[in-house]
Structures are given as C-alpha cells and as structure tokens.
Design a protein around this ligand. Structure first.
Ligand SMILES: NC(=O)C1=CN([C@@H]2O[C@H](COP(=O)(O)OP(=O)(O)OC[C@H]3O[C@@H](n4cnc5c(N)ncnc54)[C@H](O)[C@@H]3O)[C@@H](O)[C@H]2O)C=CC1
Length: 408
C-alpha cells in the first residue's frame, strides 16, 4: 500500500521511503512540469536515439529481473515502438499536465490487462535511470536524471490512478467468435460475443488478443453499434505474416475465444451534438465510420447533416458495401462520397483529402478521421489548411498504434 500511495502522490512529493533510484538522482521535491520539460529537451541528444535508449532500458530490466521477460511478447519490436511513442508524448505534453494525466490514466486502465502492478513502475524507474546513463556514457548530471525521474513518476502516478479507478471492471474480457467470413483474401469480418457486458462507445476501439499470439494485443474498432445481444463486429485486414491481424484473418474460426482489453479512444460523437459532421475513412478505417454513423442514425439531432468520404484503393475493396447502402437508405441527411485511388464509376478518383476540397465548405463541421496513419496525416493537414480548428478534428492515435502528428 505504501508503494501505491507514493506512486499516486504528486511526483516527487511525500515519498515515505525514497527508492534507491530516487536517492541516486538527488531529487528536489518539485512537480514535473515545464521546467523539467526544458531540461529534458535541452539534453535529449545525450540520451537518444529513443530506440537505443529503450533497448538499454529493457536490457537493464531483464538483467535485474529475468522473470519479467515472460510478461512480454516474444517479439519486443511493437512494445519498444509503443514505449517510444509514450515517451515522446510525455515529453511533448509535460507542460499540459491535465491532458497528459488523462492520457496516462487511460493507459493505466488499459495496462491492467497486461498484469502490470505498482511495483513494476519502480522497476521501470530503475531501468530508465540505468538506460539514460548507459546511453549517455555515464555522464548525465543529476539535474537531467532528476527531471526524467519526476517525469516518469508523473506518468506512473496517473497510470496507477487509472488502474485503481478501473478496479470495478475486469482487466480484460473474453469473447467467443460467432461469425467469421473472408470478405477478401486478406480481409475478414468477425463477430465476437463477450462473456459479460462490454462497455464501449461507438467509435472507440478494443485491443484484441488471439490465443495464437500470447501477450500481443492490437486495436480494432467495433464496426457499428453493438446489437442487443452485445455482439461486436470487427473488420480485420491482414497486413503481413505472423501478426495479430494474420491470426484473426487466417487462424481464427467460429467457436474460438479471443480476449478484449477495455474500450479506448476519443473518436466518439459529442453529446449533445452541436455541429454538422464530416467523417473521413480509409480502408478498414470504415469500421470507425460505420460505428459513428449508426450512432448518429440512432440519436440524430434534426437539422444536422453528415458527409462521409470513404477512400479505398480500388472499387472492389469496398468490402462492406451493403452496410453502407443500408445506411444511405436509412439516413436522408447523409451524403456519401466514395473515393478510389484508381477510379471506377460511381467513385471519385484520387485521395480522400483531395476529394474533400471539391465538396464545399466544412469549416463549421466537426470532423472524424480514421484510416492508415499517412491518410490521417494528409486529411488532418488538409482540414487545417481549409480552416477547420484543430479542436474540431478528431482522430485517435491510429489503431495500429502510430500517431499522426508527433513532432519530437
Ligand atoms: N480495422 C479497424 O477496426 C480499424 C483500422 N484502422 C486503420 O485503418 C487502416 C486501414 O488500412 P487499409 O485498409 O490497408 O487501408 P489502405 O492502405 O487500403 O488505404 C485506404 C485509403 O487510405 C488512402 N491513403 C493511404 N495513404 C494515403 C496518403 N498518404 N494520403 C491520402 N490518402 C491515403 C488510400 O488512398 C485509400 O483511399 C489501418 O492503418 C488500420 O490500422 C482504423 C480504424 C479502425
């Protein structure tokens, strides 16, 4: 309990028993914030590239605590990339503690499914300090290590709070596959029935684990609003051999059990809906668009319109065309523009971001964007250039984990 209390306290404050790492860093009792951000950014060259730093971090962690290796997937590649993104996000947002706290609180809730305990954050701190010094050749001053440590504590405090606040719900849900069809050679539609109610707002994503790949979780957005039976539909494109998408497309069948992490993401409709809606989706990013449109159809505010721009590479990649046609029929306020790279009637040709500019003024809309990271980046830039304020452009870190706009 003492450790949990220390982690939940503001970083650097009130540690009843300083860890060895803390003592070594000679910490002053101050909050992580803009001053620490400045120190970290100014000295970043000494401890980066991030890939090398994170390599040292996991080496140090597994050297000291070999048993922890079994909590991680066989391939550490995704894990390392994920940690790099989290570190970049943390450094960039240290001056915006409310946003950063919300982000790491959500991450802490999600990490329960990995079996992360408060003591692991202390292990992480030690490994981080060792990695910083290894990468800097042992020349890092106490001011820099202190800033990193306060930053790590700030994130850990939010994660422990997120995990504690979520104790009423399962760490993860199990679900039975009730439907599995290959709509294209590389693309499957699955339906999964969770064993107990699965809270999820339309547009949020769930991380799935297949029994074929233990400890490996990948995000997919339930397409549409779950039916009364609670069944969730997932659209999965296999991007290569050996990953979760491959397992879900080629190695999964009706009757199999999958695990689902808690639903996450902020690509959800505002409540109440105050603006017209622009939805831009690419490929299987359509799953998010369909969820938002079904939500809109269910609680539509009279007088509001919605535009959907749906991009695919070729017309035969519109793998869920009947569902889209049903929505068009049901929703007279919905305008749909299909965009194919190669072009085939009745679609427009080119990229979705270019198509948007040909269809009027969307500056009064709220926009939702889902699809490949490069598409999200292109669309977000285009909408910003057209005058849509950043606060009205919603997209999650792309569900494969990459974010669209980090600058560090
Ligand atoms: N399966 C799911 O539940 C969800 C998946 N996603 C993400 O959606 C993506 C879908 O991938 P695929 O189906 O393979 O899509 P894809 O590679 O077939 O591309 C779909 C569309 O994106 C456009 N696009 C690609 N790069 C672009 C760029 N640089 N500029 C402008 N437009 C660009 C293409 O022209 C096409 O219209 C994945 O990254 C996936 O993580 C997003 C939300 C939900």
């Amino acid at each position: 309990m003492r450790l949990r209390a220390r982690l939940r306290a503001p970083a650097g404050h009130g540690a009843p028993h300083a860890s060895p790492a803390t003592a070594a860093a000679g910490l002053r009792a101050v909050l992580a914030g803009p001053a620490d951000q400045e120190v970290i950014v100014r000295n970043l060259a000494q401890v980066t590239p991030f890939g090398a730093l994170i390599g040292h971090l996991y080496d140090a962690m597994f050297e000291r605590h070999p048993y922890l290796r079994q909590l991680f997937p066989a391939s550490m590649e995704f894990q390392m990339a994920h940690l790099e993104r989290a570190l970049r996000y943390l450094i960039e947002n240290l001056g915006r503690p409310d946003e950063a706290t919300a982000f790491f609180t959500r991450l802490g809730r999600d990490h329960r499914k990995l079996g992360v305990l408060p003591v692991h954050y202390e292990v992480f701190e030690e490994a981080l300090l060792e990695a910083l010094q290894r990468q800097a050749g042992g020349r890092l001053g106490g001011d820099v290590t202190g800033a990193w440590l306060r930053m790590a504590r700030f994130a850990a405090a939010a994660m422990v709070r997120g995990a504690d606040d979520a104790l009423r719900e399962p760490s993860y849900w199990s679900g039975t596959v009730t439907y599995h069809r290959r709509r294209r050679p590389d693309l499957a539609v699955l339906r999964v029935r969770p064993s107990e109610p699965y809270p999820c707002r339309p547009g949020q994503y769930a991380r799935l684990q297949s029994p074929l790949l233990p400890h490996t979780w990948r995000p997919y957005t339930p397409a549409g609003v779950p039916g009364t039976d609670g069944e969730l539909e997932f659209h999965v494109r296999r991007t290569g051999p050996g990953g979760v998408s491959d397992a879900l497309v080629t190695g999964t069948d009706v009757g199999d059990t999958l695990l689902l992490g808690p639903a996450q993401g902020t690509t959800t409709l505002d409540d109440p809906l105050a603006q017209d809606v622009l939805i831009v989706a690419g490929g299987t990013g359509w799953a998010t668009a369909r969820a938002l449109l079904e939500d809109l159809a269910a609680r539509r505010t009279p007088g509001r319109s919605a535009h959907l721009f749906l991009g695919v590479r070729t017309a035969d990649e519109l793998y869920d065309a009947p569902a889209l046609a049903r929505l068009e029929k049901r929703c007279p306020w919905l305008r749909v523009v299909r965009v194919t790279e190669g072009g085939a009637a009745p679609s427009e040709h080119g990229t979705v971001d270019a198509a948007i500019t040909r269809h009027g003024d969307f500056t009064g809309h709220v926009a939702y964007v889902s699809g490949p990271p490069a598409m999200i980046t292109a669309v977000v830039r285009r909408l910003a250039a057209l005058g849509l304020p950043a606060g009205r452009i919603r997209h999650d870190p792309a569900p494969d984990g990459r974010t669209a706009g980090l600058t560090l």
